[in-house]
Design a protein around this ligand. Sequence first.
Ligand SMILES: [Fe+2]
Ligand SMILES: [Fe+2]
Length: 242
Amino acid sequence: MDTRIDEIADGIYRVSSFDPNVAPPAGMTFNQFLVLGDEPLLFHTGRRRMFPAVQAAMARVLPAERLRWISFGHYEADECGGMNDFLAVAPAAQVAHGQTACRVSLDDMADRAPRGLADGEVIELGRGKRVRYLDTPHVPHGWEAGVLFEESTGTLLCGDLFTQLGAVPALTSADVVGPAMAAEDAFRFSSLHPGSGAAVRRLAGLAPRTLALMHGPSFAGDGASALRALADDYDRRIRAAA
Ligand SMILES: [Fe+2]
Ligand SMILES: [Fe+2]
């Protein structure tokens, strides 16, 4: 599997591996995001077995040893399987996640105690970078789910939201809602509930200029419109199911 690294916003890098064996024949990308700063942050670690490839690709921009923060959307192998490998090589690194993730999984599963973040809490990364943590329980899945918003670049690290299949470019301005609806049709990966649309509309209020998708390209453009369209699609699906 080939792992590449591209800058998708000022000081934010996308480490991407394309796995043709996931959902063949289309395949799927698995992306981690490195936010530079005095206290560099990695959002998603990749699966545990991907750790050497992610570490090597990342090292072209920043050695993993210098990481200060490790965060991710929710507790699953592709989001955080490499968490303890990163903690082992980066002595100053600490996992940061919402209170639910810490209490349910990370207090036990992370090799060092995590930092539990309140909904809306900010971590100052230095050099102008600051990330705000937002709880999104069960959106798109996982009780502990959350996202990070890097405020200086307007980049929403949106995890599995907008998941799409295929080998994709690092950065696009093309539609990301249609491909996400197609992936939802195929996999039903979202734990849709009556509050799902509202949770996504709340993120639209951030007016992100870049959406950093875990599975897909990064999207440069009107993030609020894309999020509202995704929320509308969730609402349609929930109404249809009811
Ligand atoms: Fe997931
Ligand atoms: Fe994922």
